[in-house]
Design a protein around this ligand. Structure first.
Ligand SMILES: [Zn+2]
Length: 208
């Protein structure tokens, strides 16, 4: 049996509720994680970016793009219910794209398109890291289908976390969402302050 078929078989055998809840852990953190990355790097690319809507579009799209394969799984693939063995969930695939976008980024120091490509692939790669928190991810696929996940690692080095707090990965998800919300609300406050200052300055200068 091929390594990939072994993986499919093991997933069918492990088709328990335990795996099911882990499948959906972190799902809602991808977009907020993309937002955090976008906020952290927006200053760095300030001189290059001409369109911030496009900057956000490509960055946020990259953070969720790998999960579009779930649609393919639901609509066309009846062999398994796990989508992490598709090419779109191979960390090595995203690492190669990220490396390519980095080369483009440094070869075209003034253009904004490489920034969009970099943000897209960086967030896609971060998606792989986040998915590895609760689920086995195949970091060496397609060469090896040996799964790696933080949950498994914790079972070896700090098993009390996994057994006392089986939903610990949801805490990571919640933390990312709260951090993103915090950044988003701070941005709102900063915008309001800037608008107030501008209004005050304009009304001051219009007075005789
Ligand atoms: Zn995913």
């Amino acid at each position: 049996m091929s390594p990939r078929n072994n993986v499919l078989k093991s997933f069918r055998q492990r088709g328990s509720q335990n795996v099911f809840y882990r499948e959906f852990a972190i799902t809602y953190a991808h977009l907020p994680a993309g937002y955090i990355v976008g906020k952290l790097l927006s200053d760095k690319f300030e001189r290059r970016i001409k369109s911030y809507p496009l900057y956000w579009f490509w960055g946020l799209l990259g953070s969720v793009a790998p999960d579009f394969d779930y649609l393919y799984l639901e609509l066309f693939d009846t062999r398994t219910w796990d989508h992490h063995y598709y090419l779109t969930h191979f960390p090595m695939f995203w690492a190669i794209l990220l490396f390519g976008s980095l080369l483009w980024l440094y070869s075209k120091p003034k253009s904004q398109s490489p920034v969009f490509a970099f943000m897209f692939t960086l967030n896609g790669f971060i998606h792989m890291i986040l998915d590895s928190v609760p689920n086995p991810m195949y970091w060496l696929a397609p060469f090896s289908y040996r799964g790696f996940d933080v949950n498994l690692l914790l079972k070896k080095i700090a098993p009390w976390i996994v057994y006392d707090y089986p939903f610990w990965s949801y805490s990571i998800e919640a933390l990312i969402i709260v951090l993103a919300l915090n950044l988003f609300l701070k941005r709102g406050i900063a915008d309001t302050e800037t608008a107030k200052n501008l209004r005050a300055r304009n009304s001051g200068s219009s007075q005789p």
